[in-house]
Structures are given as structure tokens and as C-alpha cells.
Design a protein around this ligand. Structure first.
Ligand code: NAI
Length: 463
């Protein structure tokens, strides 16, 4: 099909290709999989719909899936996260992609819908945050009269997804149910999407197996942590150019993303405070040297506020009313409901530049809001660096192969990749950074009860 894509500007493809070539040198895991599986094409016959930030790193993932034999169609999972030159390079290479940085919510769901439009429909989903999975499962439930949720949208997001579901139902009756029946499995990238999957299992609503990529150790303990350590401050700097050293920053949540975010700000010289609800994470934050506080106690003195919780209503309107003039407010969690942005809509907004707004509060104090509360490392900067995304995406490719080749052996439940594959992903990234691994001798291996070649830890080990 001619021009089976929607990108901002296809002439950006050359620039995209140059950055892709560079990214490949930093993504040894993906390149090793191309070498290992290139001849056997284990994904031949797979038709993968991808819903994941359309960045340069994702472009290397897409080209790896295609190299391994898959047909792929792609949309971004966030309205601000696309890198237009990456999307252009993928489109120019012949893979249909529907993604523009700054697309509307309506376009978000329309583009996702378009990414499902293989002539025979897809048979696998690669998801980030769960929107592609939600689209099919919610649509099928509506189609079969199993929910009337669609009649009472409670947010702009829901209005947009429900409108798109209605449109597709009108154009292609029975389509969602057909898709629900033919999808063989989903691999899910992030914490928030994984929560949704476990909820679906609890409700008896997951109709195919799912692989939780997020909880591979080589994903969440690296991307969520070391990725945010690099990309959080990158986003704040590109958005504001503010001096970080000496400022007081509050990080809400001290899970993997919070740990990386606090380290990012501390590394830049900010004085970091943390809020937590979980006593274990609160204790970790304290013992890492951060003061653990209540937001209410620091809201009128801190300079920078970052949510990392994957929870909703963490920064509320009453907090924002107390903040000092020119406080910076942003979120690095998956969805924009961590900050009550909707409650700011009737205030005066001045757009400073793309994804940076100044909002005047009733007191006259102004707030700088990043990416309208959407994940700022991808909205205001270019997300995590390639090297750490290589570890995440190597897990993704292994998960897609597993679902395609052995999906029938799995129940409709959520699975984590086995530890030997997790260790393999790590192993593939050692040489690039000059890591020399020691080798257990047989006596030592027997003494600690492992095989000399791994796995080196029991399942319950927490890293
Ligand atoms: P996590 O579950 O490890 O950490 C979240 C932490 O927030 C937990 O420790 C929890 O106790 C805490 N929390 C929950 N509600 C809170 C509240 N009201 N106040 C203070 N703390 C609260 O999750 P993880 O892996 O750190 O992910 C967090 C979010 O970031 C998710 O939405 C995830 O999808 C997203 N994510 C974003 C990335 C990015 O590049 N922007 C990368 C990876 C994940």
C-alpha cells in the first residue's frame, strides 16, 4: 500500500537513519539477536502490532523484529514521545508507522487503530502501558454487551478511546471480537501496563498469555532506574535550563523509577527529598541519604516536584496552590494522572515552547508544568539512552519469540522470562562496556549450589 504511514515529515528519514546507525552501536543485545536468529527467522508469520514510544531506540527494536521475520505495524504509546526523525526512518524503510510528536488524544487512538490494520489483522501485541491491549479487550466487551462503561467517560482520555471504539464498531461490526480471538499473546514493557494485566487476570478477562517484560531484572532494575537517572535531569534541563545545583527537589515515590530519579537530581547537585507510602522504600530512601518527608511539609519551599509513583492524584490542586513562584512540576510515571492537570485547565496558561507551559495560580504565583503532566523524559527530552533500552528491548524480542514459537504452551496468565534469559540479556551487554566476568570453578559452584554457567541466583533473590 502506498504511503501506509502517518509521520510528521518523511524527509527527516535520512537524519533518522544516521541516528539509528549510531544507536545500533549502543544496542549490543538487539544486534546479537539479529546475528543469532537472522538465519532461522523465528518470527516468520508473526504480525506484531506495537504500541511503544516511537523513538530512535524503538526503531532499532522494530528493525530487529522485522529482521527476525515479523511483519510489524507501529504506533506510539504517548502523544508527546515520538521522535519524528525516527518515525520517518521507519516509514521510509517500509514499516507502517503512525506517530507524530504532539499528536492529539483523538489521533493517538486513531493511530493505534491504524496500527492494527494488517490485511488479516495482527496475531501478537507488543505493548507499553497497555493501551493496545485495552483497545481490543474493551472494544470486544462493548461489542458483546459485557460492559456499559463506554457510556460514562470520566476523563478526556476515556472520551477519546470510547469515540474510537464506537467508530471502529460502526465501520467493522464484530472486529474487536475477531481480534480478541486471534491475538496469541502480548509482551508488556512497563510497570503500569503490567498492573493492568494482573488486574485482567484477577477479573478473568485476559484471553491470551502475557509476558511481563518489565519485571525481568535486566529491564526494571536497569531501564526504570539507570535510564531515569540519565533522562530525568535531561528532560528538566532541555525544558527549563534551570540551575539544578542547590535547588530543593521532591521526588514522589522511591520505587525503581524514583530511585533513578532521585539519583539523577542528586547527581546534578539538587538537594533531594522523597515521599513514600511503602515503609520499605521509605527506609531505603532514608538510608540512601534522602530526607523522607510529607509533600504537605515541603510544598511551599521546594523548587522542583517530580512524580514517579504510577499512582493517581499524587500532586493535587491544593498542593499546587501552595507552591512558590516558578516551581517546576513534572511527572516521569507512565500516565498523566499523577498530577491533577485537569484542575488547572481554567487557569491562565502561557505556552513557553513545545511541552513547556507556565500556569498562573490564583495567588499570582506561576508554575512551570512539563509535558502537560505526561512523562517528561520522553516529552521534553529523548527518553533513555540506547544502551539501557537495548537491555529492555532484548527482553521484548525474546518475549515475542517465546509467544510466537511456544505461545500455545502457556495459559492465559502473566509470565516472566526465565532467569537464564535474564542473565543472557545482561551477558550480551558486558563486552560493550569492557566488563570482565569472573568464572566459578566447579567446587565453588557446588558450594553455593549453582551451575558454573548459571543461573546464579534463586528465583526469590531480589538484586
Ligand atoms: P514501582 O512500583 O517500583 O514504584 C512506585 C513507587 O511509588 C512505590 O514504591 C510506591 O510505594 C510509591 N507510591 C505509590 N503511591 C504513592 C504516593 N501517593 N506517594 C508516594 N509514593 C507512592 O514502579 P516503577 O517501576 O518505579 O514505575 C513507576 C512509574 O513509572 C510507572 O507508571 C511506570 O510505568 C513508569 N515508568 C516510566 C519510565 C519512563 O521512562 N518515564 C520508565 C519505567 C517506568
Amino acid at each position: 500500500m502506498a504511503n501506509d504511514y502517518i509521520v510528521k515529515d518523511i524527509s527527516l528519514a535520512d537524519f533518522g537513519r544516521k541516528e539509528l546507525d549510531i544507536a545500533e552501536t549502543e544496542m549490543p543485545g538487539l544486534m546479537a539477536l539479529r546475528e543469532e536468529y537472522g538465519d532461522t527467522k523465528p518470527l516468520a508469520g508473526a504480525r506484531i502490532v506495537g504500541s511503544l514510544h516511537m523513538t530512535i531506540q524503538t526503531a532499532v527494536l522494530i528493525e530487529t523484529l522485522v529482521y527476525l521475520g515479523a511483519d510489524v505495524r507501529w504506533a506510539s504509546c504517548n502523544i508527546f514521545s515520538t521522535q519524528d526523525h525516527a518515525a520517518a526512518a521507519i516509514a521510509a524503510g517500509g514499516t507502517p508507522v503512525f506517530a507524530i510528536k504532539g499528536q492529539s488524544l483523538e489521533e493517538h487512538w486513531d493511530y493505534l487503530d491504524k496500527s492494527f490494520m494488517f490485511p488479516d489483522g495482527p496475531n501478537l501485541i507488543l505493548d507499553d502501558g497497555g493501551d493496545a491491549t485495552l483497545y481490543i479487550l474493551l472494544g470486544a466487551r462493548v461489542e458483546n454487551g459485557e460492559t456499559d462503561l463506554i457510556e460514562v467517560p470520566t476523563s478526556e482520555e476515556e472520551v477519546a478511546v470510547f469515540a474510537q471504539i464506537k467508530k471502529r464498531m460502526k465501520e467493522s461490526p464484530g472486529w474487536f471480537t475477531k481480534m480478541r480471538g486471534q491475538i496469541k499473546g502480548v509482551s508488556e514493557e512497563t510497570t503500569t501496563g503490567v498492573h493492568r494485566l494482573y488486574d485482567l487476570v484477577k477479573q478473568g478477562q485476559l484471553p491470551f498469555p502475557a509476558i511481563n517484560v518489565n519485571d525481568s531484572v535486566t529491564k526494571s532494575k536497569f531501564d526504570n532506574k539507570y535510564g531515569c537517572k540519565e533522562s530525568l535531569v535531561d528532560g528538566i534541563r532541555r525544558a527549563t535550563d534551570t540551575m539544578m545545583a542547590g535547588k530543593v527537589a521532591v521526588v514522589m515515590g522511591y520505587g525503581d523509577v524514583g530511585k533513578g530519579s532521585a539519583a539523577s537530581l542528586a547527581g546534578a547537585g539538587a538537594r533531594v527529598k522523597v515521599t513514600e507510602v511503602d515503609p520499605i522504600c521509605a527506609l531505603q530512601a532514608a538510608m540512601d541519604g534522602f530526607e523522607v518527608v510529607l509533600l504537605e511539609d515541603v510544598v511551599d519551599t521546594a523548587d522542583i516536584f517530580i512524580t514517579t509513583t504510577g499512582n493517581k492524584d499524587v500532586i493535587r490542586i491544593e498542593h499546587m496552590r501552595e507552591m512558590k513562584d516558578m516551581a517546576i512540576v513534572g511527572n516521569i510515571g507512565h500516565f498523566d494522572n499523577e498530577i491533577q492537570v485537569a484542575s488547572l485547565k481554567n487557569h491562565k496558561w502561557t505556552n513557553i515552547k513545545e511541552q513547556v507551559d507556565m500556569i498562573e495560580m490564583p495567588s499570582g504565583n506561576r508554575l512551570i508544568l512539563l509535558s502537560e503532566g505526561r512523562l517528561l523524559n520522553l516529552g521534553n527530552a529523548t527518553g533513555h539512552p540506547s544502551f539501557v533500552m537495548s537491555a529492555s528491548f532484548t527482553n521484548q524480542v525474546l518475549a515475542q519469540i517465546e509467544l510466537w514459537v511456544r505461545g500455545n504452551e502457556y495459559k492465559n496468565d502473566v509470565y516472566i522470562l526465565p532467569k537464564h534469559l535474564d542473565e543472557k540479556v545482561a551477558r550480551l551487554h558486558l563486552k560493550r562496556i569492557g566488563v570482565k566476568l569472573s568464572q566459578l570453578d566447579p567446587e565453588q559452584a557446588a558450594y553455593i549450589g549453582v551451575s558454573p554457567d548459571g543461573p546464579f541466583k534463586p528465583e526469590h533473590y531480589r538484586y
